[in-house]
Design a protein around this ligand. Structure first.
Ligand code: FAD
Length: 404
Protein backbone atom coordinates (compact mmCIF):
# COMPACT_ATOMS: atom_id res chain seq x y z
CA UNK A 1 0.00 0.00 0.00
CA UNK A 2 1.38 3.38 -0.98
CA UNK A 3 2.01 5.80 1.86
CA UNK A 4 0.91 9.34 1.17
CA UNK A 5 3.83 11.73 1.27
CA UNK A 6 4.20 15.48 1.07
CA UNK A 7 6.89 17.31 -0.91
CA UNK A 8 10.24 17.31 0.88
CA UNK A 9 11.26 20.70 2.21
CA UNK A 10 13.94 21.63 4.69
CA UNK A 11 12.39 25.03 5.29
CA UNK A 12 8.97 26.47 6.06
CA UNK A 13 7.61 29.43 4.11
CA UNK A 14 9.00 32.13 6.42
CA UNK A 15 12.40 30.48 6.41
CA UNK A 16 12.38 30.21 2.62
CA UNK A 17 11.46 33.87 2.17
CA UNK A 18 13.95 35.20 4.64
CA UNK A 19 16.79 32.97 3.40
CA UNK A 20 16.11 34.09 -0.15
CA UNK A 21 16.14 37.73 0.92
CA UNK A 22 19.45 37.36 2.79
CA UNK A 23 21.00 35.36 -0.05
CA UNK A 24 20.16 38.14 -2.48
CA UNK A 25 21.59 40.68 -0.03
CA UNK A 26 24.81 38.65 0.19
CA UNK A 27 25.06 38.34 -3.61
CA UNK A 28 24.39 42.02 -4.28
CA UNK A 29 25.89 43.82 -1.29
CA UNK A 30 28.32 41.61 0.59
CA UNK A 31 30.24 39.55 -1.99
CA UNK A 32 31.00 42.41 -4.40
CA UNK A 33 32.28 44.63 -1.55
CA UNK A 34 34.01 42.14 0.76
CA UNK A 35 37.37 42.37 -1.02
CA UNK A 36 37.61 46.13 -0.48
CA UNK A 37 36.84 45.99 3.26
CA UNK A 38 39.02 42.91 3.71
CA UNK A 39 41.94 44.64 1.98
CA UNK A 40 41.54 47.84 4.03
CA UNK A 41 40.61 45.94 7.19
CA UNK A 42 37.91 48.59 7.63
CA UNK A 43 34.47 48.26 9.21
CA UNK A 44 31.81 47.63 6.53
CA UNK A 45 29.55 50.42 7.77
CA UNK A 46 27.24 50.70 4.70
CA UNK A 47 26.59 46.94 4.76
CA UNK A 48 25.87 47.03 8.50
CA UNK A 49 23.48 49.97 8.01
CA UNK A 50 21.53 47.94 5.44
CA UNK A 51 21.45 44.99 7.84
CA UNK A 52 19.83 47.26 10.41
CA UNK A 53 17.18 48.23 7.87
CA UNK A 54 16.54 44.56 7.10
CA UNK A 55 16.02 43.94 10.81
CA UNK A 56 18.89 41.46 11.03
CA UNK A 57 19.99 42.60 14.49
CA UNK A 58 16.64 41.63 15.97
CA UNK A 59 15.99 38.26 14.32
CA UNK A 60 15.58 36.33 17.59
CA UNK A 61 14.43 39.22 19.79
CA UNK A 62 10.68 38.96 20.60
CA UNK A 63 8.28 41.18 18.65
CA UNK A 64 7.18 42.99 21.83
CA UNK A 65 10.71 44.45 21.98
CA UNK A 66 10.75 45.33 18.28
CA UNK A 67 12.45 42.19 16.95
CA UNK A 68 11.26 39.49 14.55
CA UNK A 69 10.77 36.83 17.23
CA UNK A 70 12.17 34.03 15.06
CA UNK A 71 13.76 30.84 16.34
CA UNK A 72 17.36 29.63 16.44
CA UNK A 73 16.85 27.41 13.38
CA UNK A 74 15.84 30.37 11.22
CA UNK A 75 18.64 32.43 12.69
CA UNK A 76 21.14 29.68 11.75
CA UNK A 77 19.82 29.73 8.17
CA UNK A 78 20.36 33.51 8.02
CA UNK A 79 23.87 33.20 9.44
CA UNK A 80 24.72 30.57 6.84
CA UNK A 81 23.75 33.00 4.07
CA UNK A 82 25.64 35.94 5.60
CA UNK A 83 28.76 33.79 6.03
CA UNK A 84 28.50 32.53 2.50
CA UNK A 85 28.97 36.21 1.65
CA UNK A 86 31.71 36.96 4.19
CA UNK A 87 32.17 35.53 7.69
CA UNK A 88 33.14 38.94 9.08
CA UNK A 89 29.57 40.10 8.44
CA UNK A 90 28.20 37.26 10.54
CA UNK A 91 30.82 38.24 13.17
CA UNK A 92 29.16 41.64 13.48
CA UNK A 93 25.86 40.00 14.49
CA UNK A 94 27.16 36.92 16.33
CA UNK A 95 28.16 38.46 19.68
CA UNK A 96 25.08 40.67 19.47
CA UNK A 97 22.91 37.59 19.13
CA UNK A 98 24.62 35.98 22.16
CA UNK A 99 24.07 39.15 24.19
CA UNK A 100 20.38 39.25 23.32
CA UNK A 101 20.07 35.54 24.17
CA UNK A 102 21.60 36.21 27.62
CA UNK A 103 19.14 39.04 28.23
CA UNK A 104 16.11 37.09 27.01
CA UNK A 105 16.97 34.04 29.11
CA UNK A 106 18.44 35.56 32.27
CA UNK A 107 17.79 39.32 32.23
CA UNK A 108 15.49 41.15 34.64
CA UNK A 109 12.42 42.90 33.18
CA UNK A 110 14.16 46.24 33.57
CA UNK A 111 17.25 44.95 31.73
CA UNK A 112 15.12 43.58 28.89
CA UNK A 113 13.06 46.78 28.62
CA UNK A 114 16.17 48.94 28.62
CA UNK A 115 18.39 47.02 26.19
CA UNK A 116 16.32 44.82 23.87
CA UNK A 117 14.47 47.54 21.89
CA UNK A 118 17.76 49.33 21.16
CA UNK A 119 19.43 46.04 20.29
CA UNK A 120 16.58 44.90 18.01
CA UNK A 121 17.16 47.88 15.73
CA UNK A 122 20.95 47.67 15.93
CA UNK A 123 21.05 51.13 17.55
CA UNK A 124 23.47 49.56 20.01
CA UNK A 125 25.44 46.40 19.28
CA UNK A 126 26.59 43.88 21.87
CA UNK A 127 29.94 42.17 22.53
CA UNK A 128 30.58 39.07 24.62
CA UNK A 129 33.76 38.73 26.63
CA UNK A 130 35.20 35.71 28.41
CA UNK A 131 38.75 35.39 27.09
CA UNK A 132 41.81 37.00 28.65
CA UNK A 133 45.46 37.20 27.59
CA UNK A 134 46.28 34.04 29.56
CA UNK A 135 42.93 32.26 29.32
CA UNK A 136 40.75 31.02 26.48
CA UNK A 137 39.66 27.39 26.72
CA UNK A 138 39.95 27.18 30.49
CA UNK A 139 37.33 29.80 31.30
CA UNK A 140 37.41 29.08 35.03
CA UNK A 141 40.96 30.44 35.06
CA UNK A 142 39.99 34.06 34.36
CA UNK A 143 41.64 36.69 36.53
CA UNK A 144 39.58 39.86 36.00
CA UNK A 145 37.62 40.77 39.13
CA UNK A 146 34.61 42.73 40.29
CA UNK A 147 34.41 43.93 43.88
CA UNK A 148 31.38 45.45 45.55
CA UNK A 149 32.04 48.98 46.81
CA UNK A 150 30.52 50.81 49.74
CA UNK A 151 28.20 52.81 47.45
CA UNK A 152 26.65 49.53 46.23
CA UNK A 153 28.24 49.60 42.78
CA UNK A 154 30.78 47.03 41.57
CA UNK A 155 34.33 47.99 40.64
CA UNK A 156 35.65 46.04 37.64
CA UNK A 157 39.35 45.51 37.07
CA UNK A 158 41.26 43.35 34.63
CA UNK A 159 42.17 42.76 31.03
CA UNK A 160 40.03 40.97 28.46
CA UNK A 161 41.27 39.67 25.12
CA UNK A 162 39.91 38.91 21.66
CA UNK A 163 36.68 40.83 22.07
CA UNK A 164 34.84 40.75 18.75
CA UNK A 165 33.10 44.11 18.21
CA UNK A 166 35.17 45.35 21.16
CA UNK A 167 35.35 48.92 19.85
CA UNK A 168 32.04 49.49 18.02
CA UNK A 169 29.77 47.84 20.58
CA UNK A 170 27.65 49.84 23.03
CA UNK A 171 27.38 47.08 25.59
CA UNK A 172 29.67 44.23 26.64
CA UNK A 173 28.51 41.12 28.49
CA UNK A 174 31.64 40.43 30.49
CA UNK A 175 32.55 37.60 32.86
CA UNK A 176 34.31 38.61 36.08
CA UNK A 177 35.42 36.86 39.25
CA UNK A 178 33.35 38.10 42.16
CA UNK A 179 34.64 35.51 44.65
CA UNK A 180 38.29 34.64 44.10
CA UNK A 181 38.16 31.93 46.78
CA UNK A 182 35.15 30.04 45.41
CA UNK A 183 35.65 26.30 45.09
CA UNK A 184 35.02 25.18 42.39
CA UNK A 185 36.00 28.53 40.82
CA UNK A 186 32.98 28.73 38.48
CA UNK A 187 30.71 29.42 41.46
CA UNK A 188 32.52 32.69 42.05
CA UNK A 189 31.86 34.21 38.63
CA UNK A 190 29.34 36.85 37.58
CA UNK A 191 28.27 38.32 34.24
CA UNK A 192 28.12 42.13 34.15
CA UNK A 193 26.33 44.15 31.50
CA UNK A 194 28.86 46.90 30.94
CA UNK A 195 27.74 49.87 28.87
CA UNK A 196 30.26 51.87 26.89
CA UNK A 197 30.48 54.53 24.26
CA UNK A 198 30.53 52.91 20.79
CA UNK A 199 33.82 53.54 18.92
CA UNK A 200 35.45 55.36 21.87
CA UNK A 201 38.95 54.16 22.73
CA UNK A 202 38.82 55.98 26.03
CA UNK A 203 35.46 55.99 27.79
CA UNK A 204 34.47 58.88 30.03
CA UNK A 205 31.60 59.98 32.29
CA UNK A 206 29.54 57.06 33.59
CA UNK A 207 31.70 54.64 31.62
CA UNK A 208 35.13 55.87 32.65
CA UNK A 209 37.61 53.18 33.54
CA UNK A 210 37.14 51.23 30.30
CA UNK A 211 39.80 51.53 27.63
CA UNK A 212 39.93 49.83 24.24
CA UNK A 213 43.52 49.39 22.97
CA UNK A 214 44.20 49.43 19.18
CA UNK A 215 42.57 46.53 17.36
CA UNK A 216 44.49 43.27 17.03
CA UNK A 217 46.02 42.68 13.58
CA UNK A 218 44.75 39.38 12.17
CA UNK A 219 45.38 36.90 9.36
CA UNK A 220 41.77 37.07 8.22
CA UNK A 221 38.32 37.83 9.65
CA UNK A 222 39.06 41.44 8.82
CA UNK A 223 36.63 44.33 8.86
CA UNK A 224 35.12 43.31 12.19
CA UNK A 225 37.41 44.43 14.98
CA UNK A 226 38.91 42.16 17.65
CA UNK A 227 40.25 44.08 20.61
CA UNK A 228 41.47 43.88 24.15
CA UNK A 229 39.38 45.62 26.82
CA UNK A 230 41.01 47.11 29.89
CA UNK A 231 38.75 47.58 32.91
CA UNK A 232 40.51 49.80 35.41
CA UNK A 233 38.18 50.98 38.16
CA UNK A 234 35.08 50.82 35.88
CA UNK A 235 31.96 51.21 38.06
CA UNK A 236 29.02 48.98 37.26
CA UNK A 237 25.69 49.70 39.02
CA UNK A 238 24.15 46.74 40.89
CA UNK A 239 21.20 46.62 38.46
CA UNK A 240 23.66 45.75 35.68
CA UNK A 241 24.48 42.33 37.14
CA UNK A 242 22.87 39.97 34.60
CA UNK A 243 19.62 38.76 36.16
CA UNK A 244 19.95 41.19 39.09
CA UNK A 245 22.23 40.85 42.10
CA UNK A 246 20.17 38.34 44.01
CA UNK A 247 19.76 35.89 41.15
CA UNK A 248 22.87 36.71 39.15
CA UNK A 249 25.90 36.92 41.44
CA UNK A 250 27.84 33.65 41.18
CA UNK A 251 25.82 32.53 38.13
CA UNK A 252 27.93 34.08 35.37
CA UNK A 253 29.78 30.95 34.32
CA UNK A 254 26.60 28.89 34.00
CA UNK A 255 24.86 31.70 32.07
CA UNK A 256 27.78 32.18 29.69
CA UNK A 257 28.15 28.45 29.04
CA UNK A 258 24.44 28.24 28.24
CA UNK A 259 24.89 31.08 25.75
CA UNK A 260 27.89 29.33 24.21
CA UNK A 261 25.64 26.41 23.32
CA UNK A 262 23.60 28.61 20.97
CA UNK A 263 26.82 30.36 20.00
CA UNK A 264 28.17 27.03 18.80
CA UNK A 265 25.18 26.46 16.53
CA UNK A 266 25.87 29.92 15.19
CA UNK A 267 29.55 29.15 14.50
CA UNK A 268 28.49 25.87 12.89
CA UNK A 269 26.20 27.81 10.54
CA UNK A 270 29.15 30.02 9.65
CA UNK A 271 31.19 26.93 8.81
CA UNK A 272 28.41 25.69 6.52
CA UNK A 273 28.21 29.11 4.84
CA UNK A 274 31.91 29.36 4.06
CA UNK A 275 32.02 25.71 2.92
CA UNK A 276 29.02 26.32 0.63
CA UNK A 277 30.76 29.33 -0.94
CA UNK A 278 33.97 27.32 -1.46
CA UNK A 279 31.92 24.61 -3.18
CA UNK A 280 30.25 27.16 -5.47
CA UNK A 281 33.59 28.71 -6.41
CA UNK A 282 35.10 25.26 -7.05
CA UNK A 283 32.15 24.19 -9.22
CA UNK A 284 32.49 27.30 -11.33
CA UNK A 285 36.27 27.38 -11.70
CA UNK A 286 36.58 23.67 -12.43
CA UNK A 287 34.23 24.03 -15.40
CA UNK A 288 36.07 27.07 -16.75
CA UNK A 289 39.69 25.96 -16.41
CA UNK A 290 40.99 23.50 -18.99
CA UNK A 291 44.00 21.18 -18.77
CA UNK A 292 44.94 18.34 -21.09
CA UNK A 293 42.23 19.33 -23.54
CA UNK A 294 39.21 19.37 -21.20
CA UNK A 295 37.73 21.29 -18.28
CA UNK A 296 39.41 20.13 -15.06
CA UNK A 297 35.92 19.19 -13.76
CA UNK A 298 36.08 16.33 -16.27
CA UNK A 299 39.11 14.81 -14.54
CA UNK A 300 37.93 12.23 -12.06
CA UNK A 301 40.31 13.41 -9.34
CA UNK A 302 38.67 16.85 -9.40
CA UNK A 303 35.15 15.41 -9.55
CA UNK A 304 35.91 13.38 -6.44
CA UNK A 305 36.95 16.55 -4.64
CA UNK A 306 33.68 18.21 -5.66
CA UNK A 307 31.73 15.14 -4.56
CA UNK A 308 33.40 15.04 -1.14
CA UNK A 309 32.90 18.76 -0.64
CA UNK A 310 29.20 18.69 -1.53
CA UNK A 311 28.60 15.65 0.68
CA UNK A 312 30.33 17.24 3.67
CA UNK A 313 28.51 20.56 3.23
CA UNK A 314 25.18 18.77 3.23
CA UNK A 315 26.06 16.68 6.30
CA UNK A 316 27.30 19.73 8.23
CA UNK A 317 24.15 21.67 7.31
CA UNK A 318 21.85 18.89 8.47
CA UNK A 319 23.66 18.45 11.78
CA UNK A 320 23.65 22.21 12.39
CA UNK A 321 19.92 22.44 11.74
CA UNK A 322 19.27 19.42 13.95
CA UNK A 323 21.12 21.03 16.87
CA UNK A 324 19.17 24.27 16.31
CA UNK A 325 15.82 22.46 16.08
CA UNK A 326 16.48 20.54 19.29
CA UNK A 327 17.26 23.77 21.14
CA UNK A 328 14.09 25.37 19.69
CA UNK A 329 12.10 22.37 20.89
CA UNK A 330 13.43 22.91 24.41
CA UNK A 331 15.52 19.75 24.38
CA UNK A 332 19.09 19.44 25.63
CA UNK A 333 21.32 19.99 22.66
CA UNK A 334 24.78 20.43 24.15
CA UNK A 335 26.04 17.22 22.55
CA UNK A 336 24.56 18.05 19.13
CA UNK A 337 25.72 21.69 19.27
CA UNK A 338 29.26 20.47 19.99
CA UNK A 339 29.08 17.95 17.14
CA UNK A 340 27.69 20.54 14.73
CA UNK A 341 30.36 23.09 15.64
CA UNK A 342 33.12 20.50 15.27
CA UNK A 343 31.93 19.05 11.96
CA UNK A 344 30.93 22.32 10.32
CA UNK A 345 34.06 24.27 11.25
CA UNK A 346 36.31 21.44 10.08
CA UNK A 347 34.19 21.13 6.92
CA UNK A 348 34.60 24.86 6.30
CA UNK A 349 38.38 24.54 6.53
CA UNK A 350 38.51 21.36 4.39
CA UNK A 351 36.26 22.69 1.62
CA UNK A 352 38.15 25.95 1.46
CA UNK A 353 41.43 24.05 1.15
CA UNK A 354 40.06 21.81 -1.62
CA UNK A 355 38.68 24.82 -3.47
CA UNK A 356 42.10 26.45 -3.12
CA UNK A 357 43.80 23.38 -4.64
CA UNK A 358 41.30 23.33 -7.51
CA UNK A 359 42.22 26.95 -8.30
CA UNK A 360 45.88 25.97 -8.78
CA UNK A 361 48.20 29.00 -8.75
CA UNK A 362 45.30 31.44 -9.03
CA UNK A 363 44.10 30.37 -5.59
CA UNK A 364 47.21 32.09 -4.26
CA UNK A 365 46.34 35.33 -6.03
CA UNK A 366 44.43 38.06 -4.24
CA UNK A 367 42.34 38.46 -7.39
CA UNK A 368 40.38 35.35 -6.53
CA UNK A 369 37.86 35.18 -3.70
CA UNK A 370 39.21 31.87 -2.44
CA UNK A 371 42.35 33.63 -1.16
CA UNK A 372 40.18 35.52 1.38
CA UNK A 373 38.24 32.40 2.32
CA UNK A 374 41.56 30.63 2.94
CA UNK A 375 42.52 33.26 5.53
CA UNK A 376 39.02 33.43 7.06
CA UNK A 377 38.17 29.75 7.54
CA UNK A 378 40.69 28.83 10.31
CA UNK A 379 39.04 31.20 12.79
CA UNK A 380 36.06 28.87 12.99
CA UNK A 381 38.32 26.10 14.32
CA UNK A 382 39.17 28.31 17.31
CA UNK A 383 36.30 30.66 18.22
CA UNK A 384 33.70 29.53 20.74
CA UNK A 385 35.74 26.50 21.69
CA UNK A 386 38.49 24.84 19.64
CA UNK A 387 37.98 21.48 17.92
CA UNK A 388 39.87 19.83 20.78
CA UNK A 389 37.49 21.40 23.31
CA UNK A 390 34.45 20.34 21.21
CA UNK A 391 35.73 16.75 21.29
CA UNK A 392 36.09 17.00 25.06
CA UNK A 393 32.49 18.27 25.34
CA UNK A 394 31.17 15.58 23.00
CA UNK A 395 33.09 12.79 24.78
CA UNK A 396 31.91 13.91 28.23
CA UNK A 397 28.28 14.25 27.18
CA UNK A 398 28.33 10.91 25.38
CA UNK A 399 29.55 9.15 28.49
CA UNK A 400 26.95 10.96 30.62
CA UNK A 401 24.14 9.90 28.30
CA UNK A 402 25.35 6.31 27.99
CA UNK A 403 26.54 5.63 31.53
CA UNK A 404 26.52 1.95 32.39
C1 FAD B 1 39.36 36.35 15.83
C2 FAD B 1 38.95 35.86 17.21
C3 FAD B 1 37.80 36.36 17.78
C4 FAD B 1 37.44 35.97 19.08
N1 FAD B 1 36.32 36.54 19.67
C5 FAD B 1 36.09 36.31 20.99
C6 FAD B 1 35.03 37.00 21.67
O1 FAD B 1 34.28 37.78 21.07
N2 FAD B 1 34.89 36.80 23.00
C7 FAD B 1 35.70 35.96 23.71
O2 FAD B 1 35.52 35.82 24.92
N3 FAD B 1 36.69 35.26 23.08
C8 FAD B 1 36.91 35.43 21.75
N4 FAD B 1 37.93 34.75 21.11
C9 FAD B 1 38.80 33.89 21.90
C10 FAD B 1 38.58 32.42 21.62
O3 FAD B 1 37.36 32.00 22.18
C11 FAD B 1 39.79 31.65 22.16
O4 FAD B 1 40.90 31.99 21.36
C12 FAD B 1 39.56 30.16 22.16
O5 FAD B 1 38.60 29.80 23.11
C13 FAD B 1 40.85 29.39 22.45
O6 FAD B 1 41.49 29.88 23.57
P1 FAD B 1 43.05 30.25 23.52
O7 FAD B 1 43.29 31.06 22.30
O8 FAD B 1 43.42 30.86 24.82
O9 FAD B 1 43.79 28.88 23.36
P2 FAD B 1 44.23 27.91 24.55
O10 FAD B 1 43.10 27.67 25.47
O11 FAD B 1 45.49 28.41 25.13
O12 FAD B 1 44.51 26.56 23.74
C14 FAD B 1 45.71 26.39 22.97
C15 FAD B 1 45.64 25.02 22.31
O13 FAD B 1 45.56 24.00 23.32
C16 FAD B 1 44.40 23.20 23.12
N5 FAD B 1 43.86 22.81 24.42
C17 FAD B 1 43.55 23.62 25.46
N6 FAD B 1 43.08 22.89 26.49
C18 FAD B 1 43.11 21.59 26.09
C19 FAD B 1 42.77 20.34 26.71
N7 FAD B 1 42.27 20.30 27.96
N8 FAD B 1 42.94 19.21 26.00
C20 FAD B 1 43.44 19.25 24.74
N9 FAD B 1 43.78 20.38 24.10
C21 FAD B 1 43.62 21.54 24.77
C22 FAD B 1 43.45 24.07 22.34
O14 FAD B 1 42.50 23.30 21.61
C23 FAD B 1 44.42 24.81 21.42
O15 FAD B 1 44.75 23.98 20.36
C24 FAD B 1 38.26 35.06 19.80
C25 FAD B 1 39.39 34.53 19.18
C26 FAD B 1 39.75 34.92 17.90
C27 FAD B 1 41.00 34.35 17.28
Amino acid sequence: MAVETSAYSEQNEIQRDITEMVRQFADEQIIPNAEKYDHEDSFPEPIVEQMKELGLFGVTIPEEYGGMGLDLTTYAMIVEELSRGWISISGVVNTHFIGSYLLMKFGTDEQKDYFLPKMATGEIRAAFSLSEPEVGSDVQGIKATAKKGEDGSWELNGQKMWVTNGLGSGVVFVLMKTDTKADPPYRGMTCFITEKEPWAEQNSGDFKGLTVPPKIKKMGYKGVESTELVYDGYRCPPERVLGGEEAGVGQGFVQMMDALEVGRVNVAARGVGIAQRALELALRYSQERKTFGKPIAQHQAIQFKLADMATKVEAARLLTRKAARMKDAGERSDLEAGMAKLLASETGKECVEECFRIHGGYGYSKEYEIERLYRDAPLLLIGEGTSEIQRMVIGKKLLQRHKI
